[in-house]
Design a binder for this molecule. Sequence first.
Ligand SMILES: Nc1nc2c(c(=O)[nH]1)N[C@H]1C(S)=C(S)[C@@H](COP(=O)(O)OP(=O)(O)OC[C@H]3O[C@@H](n4cnc5c(=O)[nH]c(N)nc54)[C@H](O)[C@@H]3O)O[C@H]1N2
Ligand SMILES: Nc1nc2c(c(=O)[nH]1)N[C@H]1C(S)=C(S)[C@@H](COP(=O)(O)OP(=O)(O)OC[C@H]3O[C@@H](n4cnc5c(=O)[nH]c(N)nc54)[C@H](O)[C@@H]3O)O[C@H]1N2
Ligand SMILES: [Mo]
Length: 761
Amino acid sequence: MAEKEIPGIRPYDNPAGGWGALRATARAVREQMDAGEAAVTLLRTNKPEGFDCPGCAWPDKKHTSTFQFCENGAKAVTWEATNKRVPPTFFAAHTVTSLLGWTDYQLEDQGRLTHPMAYNAEKDIYEAIGWDEAFARIGEILRGLDSPDMAEFYTSGRASNEAAFLYQIFAREYGTNNFPDCSNMCHEATSVGLPHSIGIGKGTVSLDDFDHCELIIAMGHNPGTNHPRMMGTLHEVAHRGVPIIVLNPLRERALERFADPQDPWEMATLGSTPIASTYLQVKVGGDAAALKGIMKALLEMDEAAGPDSDVIDHAFIQQHTRGFDALAADLRNTSWTAIEAASSLSEASLRAVAAAYAKSNATIVTYGMGVTQHITGTQNVQQVANLLLLRGNFGKPGAGICPLRGHSNVQGDRTVGITEKPTAAVLARIEQTFGFRPPAAHGHDAVAAMQAIIDGRSKALICLGGNLAVALPDTEACLPAMRGLELSVHVATKLNRSHLLTGKHSFILPCLGRTERDQQATGPQAVTVEDSMSMVHASRGKLTPASEALRSEPAIIAGIAAATLPGSRVPWMDLIADYDRIRDAIEAVYPDFENYNERIRVPGGFRLPLPPTERIWNTPSGKAEFLCFSGLNEDPVLVDPSVLKLTTIRSHDQYNTTIYGLDDRYRGVFGRRDVVFMNRDDLAERGIEQGDEIQVETAFGQGKERRLSKLIAIAYEIARGSVATYYPEGNCLVPLDYHDKSSGTPSYKSVPVRVLRASAS
Ligand SMILES: Nc1nc2c(c(=O)[nH]1)N[C@H]1C(S)=C(S)[C@@H](COP(=O)(O)OP(=O)(O)OC[C@H]3O[C@@H](n4cnc5c(=O)[nH]c(N)nc54)[C@H](O)[C@@H]3O)O[C@H]1N2
Ligand SMILES: Nc1nc2c(c(=O)[nH]1)N[C@H]1C(S)=C(S)[C@@H](COP(=O)(O)OP(=O)(O)OC[C@H]3O[C@@H](n4cnc5c(=O)[nH]c(N)nc54)[C@H](O)[C@@H]3O)O[C@H]1N2
Ligand SMILES: [Mo]
């Protein structure tokens, strides 16, 4: 049946990448900067003497490559390096209430913040304020709280190691471990799940491993949009003839076909390369079931092959692991019927994956938010580890686990202490280094912090970047809660909605971005960041700052800290005069950063230790652990056939809550974001046609209705029983307490919902 014509909806038949990507880059750059400036800026991205791309956390080979073309990296860089400005006159002309009527896109598109601003409640406007006065007022309010645990210190993953370290030292000297951070909404399931499995909460592969792998299983990530530099790697791997098996409910164009803009031949001939050798449209939330199916098939193959079988790596399992028998028993007790129902994948297709896996001597599993953002996120990650352990895919070339981190330094922020649950060893070293006793009681993660703000238990929120209220679930609960705060402080580059949800006292403190020169008392400074593969390297901003009034993140933190803690043991001003001193302090607290300052001066930086790559397992047992959970984590509400599973995803033209534009080119959506991607059979069953106006309701409410209206239905290649809509619009449908109990990660990617035609209500 021919589908109805809908404005802005047209199938995208080309490969991802290619000339379309080049054209889109040129357009994005033109909107923000002069062409000449843009060229110079982009050429300094990810060079040994340049700055780290703020776009994603995918590494670069030796960090010395010639400019890696990447459309979305270029967008991230030019969005920050834009010529547009938001000076105090802008705020004088617009009340906060009127700005709240603007879209997220309009707010950020005004450009870079230029001056520190304080909210004047009487006039309902932000007014310019001097830095020292802002610091003094913030310090006074923080000192006046009944308890330091009434303050929340949020970190978004753009912050450098130096900024994040100073921030945690400040909050701990002030007296709290309340560290909500964006990792809590992202890869927390990895940080919490993998230490139990393999002794460290990070990925184990390096870029070189992609040159040696014999199979990639890619689960729940969309690299054509979110990790575009990874496409170069996948393109190379596909050219080597290595199978790439994709598990994703949606057909994502870049995982099907990609034309590499770095490849002159493909560009000249309009050629492209198929990426996935097998594309399995797993049902939303069905990954654990699919993994169990693959492992079950593998064990059956192993048994069938007799006593000398090498289908699973018996020697490795014997020497390096614990818990195999329990895993095998659980897999035997899980029926194929249940696996097929929960994953929407056939037994035959999962057996085929197992067969490919058994043939490969070196396998990498890559995964993203499609695996972590579920009520079972931690268990999902541990099933990935189980699968890899069965064939000894740790500690050999070409093998390992590869979580695709989000923000460019989200992993580094964690490494240098942004955690609500610090270990005793770290606390002892902080005390030794700085001479104050940090608190030991665990603090709040992101969901717990917002819950405390909603309940009125927390009264102050300091945000090092980000757009917390919009990024969290349950928009209708989170946005108003911000109004109850005594103090909110936003260290930011651009204006966003969280800044406008003012409390009694609110401040916007504008900071330098990655691309800009950071001049301190002893001269220009470099910061350091850690990528998804544990490589730490320096980043040096080169551009003239967007305004003379801007300060660096470390300088802003030091300013607030010195004003808040008059008797502080930390030499704040001394530390920020020369960031080498901050790095020396990091090294004192975290011994893995041995010779930190020396090693970041080597082009490409250095790699932090990753014991599993040497088959060393820092678990309590000293072995890698097979961790199993029984059942397939089916939600009881899903037994109701009218209920679908909603996943919330990023479009091609967005960076989290930052909306660059309204197109989602590879999914064939142009100029709009009000769409719900649906399977044709699910549409037909509900009597809904493509283009019909629909509403989506959360299927369990705990007495609260959560509904998103004025959406249109789009027929899409998506697994049966699954629907998708964009983040952050869909966040109002996700209950705040619908999260993974182990890691606190909100279940953004599996919300039981009902989809109704608008006229039906
Ligand atoms: N340009 C750009 N780059 C970015 C970002 C951005 O917003 N824009 N964000 C950054 C950040 S913070 C992060 S965390 C990363 C995010 O990078 P990704 O992990 O790629 O993020 P998402 O767009 O949320 O979607 C993930 C993919 O998971 C699939 N999926 C959804 N539900 C399921 C499921 O249940 N199972 C499986 N197997 N797959 C599922 C979706 O179809 C989609 O292809 O990217 C980072 N890089
Ligand atoms: N429904 C749904 N919700 C989600 C997700 C999802 O997939 N679905 N994904 C979750 C994930 S993975 C994440 S990481 C969070 C993202 O949550 P956040 O990290 O809180 O949000 P961002 O949108 O990345 O933050 C954008 C703001 O950061 C500021 N900024 C940009 N660069 C800098 C800088 O260099 N320094 C400082 N100080 N500020 C800067 C700008 O002011 C900008 O407005 O959202 C989560 N929310
Ligand atoms: Mo993220």
